[in-house]
Ligand binder design. Structure first.
Ligand SMILES: [Ca+2]
Ligand SMILES: [Ca+2]
Length: 196
């Protein structure tokens, strides 16, 4: 592999892009993820649908790039597994079955991503809380729903939410449940985190 920039030079480029041009780190990550996904699609014949892809994520913003890339590839139909590492040690966690959908997010508000899956067959969310390692399961949704988790009320806690034929059903942890019609039955749900 040929290095174009050193790690220090790359860090400086990121810093200048944010400070001088006002492009946030999260947008940089999203742009990097979508650009990498386009290249991967091209390399795999134009589509990742049905392909098995393993993403290794290190620490820092590069790890964030990898996590965002995994989400983009999954939304394009790939069967994605993610290995996380913060100290150059690979972490592999088995959680869920092959038909589950990954719905990772921070469900216990400790600032760390939690491993989580949504099982459409029984409408259940299975989460490993990163704070205490507890395994939590909640029923929210039903077969055929599309999981669209995110922090809809800005309290720092990822909310369990599903999109069902033009209606969003959001379980906002503390403030209760919100049901809002938005879109048509034929629309595809896209959480805010996926918008450029
Ligand atoms: Ca967490
Ligand atoms: Ca929330």
């Amino acid at each position: 592999m040929q290095k174009v920039l050193t790690a220090g030079e790359m860090h400086e480029v990121d810093r200048l892009t944010t400070e001088k041009y006002g492009i946030s780190q999260i947008i940089l990550m999203e742009n990097a993820a979508h650009a990498a996904a386009r290249v991967i699609c091209e390399k795999l014949g134009g589509s990742v649908d049905g392909k098995s892809i393993l993403v290794f994520c290190g620490k820092g913003n590069n790890g964030g790039d990898g996590a965002a890339l995994a989400r983009v590839l999954w939304q394009q139909g790939a069967d994605v597994e993610v290995c996380l590492s913060s100290n150059h040690q690979m972490v592999v966690q088995a959680w869920g079955v092959s038909t589950d959908l990954p719905v990772n997010g921070d469900y216990d508000a400790d600032g760390k991503e939690d491993i989580a899956v949504f099982r459409a067959a029984n409408g259940t969310w299975y989460v490993i809380n990163s704070g205490n390692g507890n395994l939590v399961s909640n029923v929210w949704g039903q077969a055929g729903d599309i999981p669209v988790p995110g922090d809809y009320n800005g309290d720092g806690i990822n909310d369990r939410a599903v999109f069902r034929g033009g209606t969003w059903y959001v379980n906002q942890c503390i403030q209760g449940q919100t049901v809002r019609q938005f879109g048509l039955a034929t629309d595809k749900a896209v959480p805010a985190s996926d918008l450029p």
